[in-house]
Write a protein that binds this ligand. Structure first.
Ligand code: 9MR
Length: 447
């Protein structure tokens, strides 16, 4: 009985807060685009994984609320979190996320109903018939609680093995119930919440390979036999060992051609700077090129809370600054950046460099190069200084030099970020070696 009351009140609350969020969005039409608004312009959602434990952190919540139009609970809807002992459901943490999302007018992806990992210890020892009953009861309990509130559910997660075989992964479900457990889970899920899109979700299926072929064949079989499946999730966890596949778009398209939506469900790409940005661009462009690619979710708001935090794989750094990858995604989504925000699409970042000699003695001198930002703030600069051939530099401060012959290219050490019109400088000591000529300061470029 208490579950029914909770369900009704969840649905009633959702309607009210969604209306409030729409009003708020209408008032901010003049602002720069965000990931969510730019994606909406392309008919897509742009989501993130969220942890309930971080929602109380002001910058985390502000970034989440400003940028994203969909959330996926990172761990809070998993079996160990929601049914730690048989028949006893706990939704406190998941409810916090769903309530927060609804207060912001965001969609919620449900993750995940049936998965071999993060299973509470009571599940594995069950015999086949008991396990089937427990699996269906888990689906009904979780989906029933959120009935009508979940955009898409990852019904079954990661049921196929890595590697060349295309075989099913060993798990209590596979080992005791056989291949049919996936179909059964989808049928149970459809009955539990007919409004939710039902997805199969996996990793290393992003390009055409043996594993994605196996998933493809399963989806094709489901479609031909009327097993209810609406979408396939491509996790898209990328790094140097597992780069964005060159046939990513083609793979998304072939699944879409089976008559299912495709979603990028757990996107993260280890790396930094322009290389990471370029990889993110490829992923966004691939999704936009496939009309049934309905949205993208990155696997976290900030690098500092990523499951791969050492690889800095996300769009915001640990201080919630927008990374080059953020600007690239926004740009690929067709969004306009904030003109005052360095690196944003359409940005006019610029700088100038001027030279003065600040000390002089018979065998050497100290030079100083002052970098001044143009009409917009900048987050980095690069200046070139060409020395007379005889001279050599013995030390340099407040900058990081690289050399090509007698041309010194200097980038910031700590002093890359400058407000519009603001200045910083780097200095160096040079040996004259018989030439007292001044060095030539060349171009200054900024981003
Ligand atoms: O990001 C999740 C991390 O916090 C958990 O410790 C981990 C436990 O298995 O699961 C991570 O999320 C996984 C997701 O649920 C399924 N695909 C792979 C994700 C990264 O491991």
């Amino acid at each position: 009985m208490s579950m029914i009351v909770r369900r009704l009140s969840r649905a009633a609350t959702a309607g009210l807060v969604a209306a409030a969020a729409l009003t708020a969005a209408a008032h901010s039409a003049e602002a720069a685009d965000t990931l969510g608004s730019a994606a909406a312009g392309q008919g897509r959602y742009f989501g993130t994984a969220v942890a309930a434990s971080h929602l109380g952190e002001t910058d985390y919540a502000a970034t989440l609320d400003r940028e994203f139009s969909s959330v996926t609970p990172e761990n809070e809807m998993k079996w160990d979190a929601t049914e730690p002992s048989r028949g006893s459901f706990t939704f406190t943490s998941a409810d916090r996320i769903v309530d927060h999302a609804q207060s912001q007018g965001m969609d919620v992806r449900g993750h995940t109903l049936v998965w071999h990992s993060q299973l509470p210890s009571w599940v594995s020892p069950l015999g086949a018939s008991d396990l089937r009953t427990a699996m269906n009861a888990h689906i009904n309990g979780l989906m029933g609680h959120y009935k009508g509130e979940i955009h898409s559910w990852d019904v079954v997660n990661e049921a196929f093995q890595d590697g060349g075989s295309g075989a099913r992964r060993s798990s209590p479900f596979q080992d005791k119930l056989g291949d049919g457990f996936i179909e059964e889970a989808f049928r149970t899920a459809r009955a539990a919440d007919p409004a939710a899109k039902l997805c199969y979700n996996d990793y290393n299926t992003d390009g055409v390979n043996a594993k994605s072929n196996a998933v493809y064949n399963m989806v094709k079989d489901f479609k031909s036999r009327g097993v209810p499946i609406d979408c396939v999730g491509f996790q898209s966890h990328f790094n140097s060992n597992s780069p964005v596949p060159s046939d990513y778009r083609q793979n998304l398209q072939r699944f879409a051609d089976l008559g299912v939506d495709v979603q990028i469900t757990e996107l993260d790409i280890e790396g930094s700077g322009s290389a990471q940005a370029a990889d993110y661009t490829k992923v966004v462009e691939a999704c936009l090129a496939v009309s049934r690619c309905t949205g993208m979710t990155v696997w976290g708001v900030t690098d500092k809370y990523s499951w791969r935090s050492g690889g800095t794989p996300l769009l915001f750094d640990g201080d919630y600054n927008e990374k080059p990858a953020y600007d690239a995604v926004l740009s690929a989504l067709g969004g306009a950046g904030d003109p005052g925000d360095p690196g944003d699409p359409g940005d006019g970042a610029s700088c100038t460099a001027t030279y003065t000699r600040t000390a002089d003695w018979s065998s050497g001198y100290n030079g100083q190069v002052t970098i001044t930002a143009g009409a917009e703030p900048i987050s980095s600069w690069t200046a070139t200084v060409t020395l007379p051939a005889q001279q050599s530099v013995s030390s340099l401060w407040n900058g990081t030099p690289t050399w090509s012959g007698n041309v010194m290219t200097v980038r910031p050490s700590w002093n890359g970020t400058l407000a519009a019109g603001a200045s910083t400088s780097f200095g160096f000591t040079a040996a004259k070696n018989g030439s007292d000529a001044a060095p030539a300061v060349g171009s200054c470029t900024a981003s």
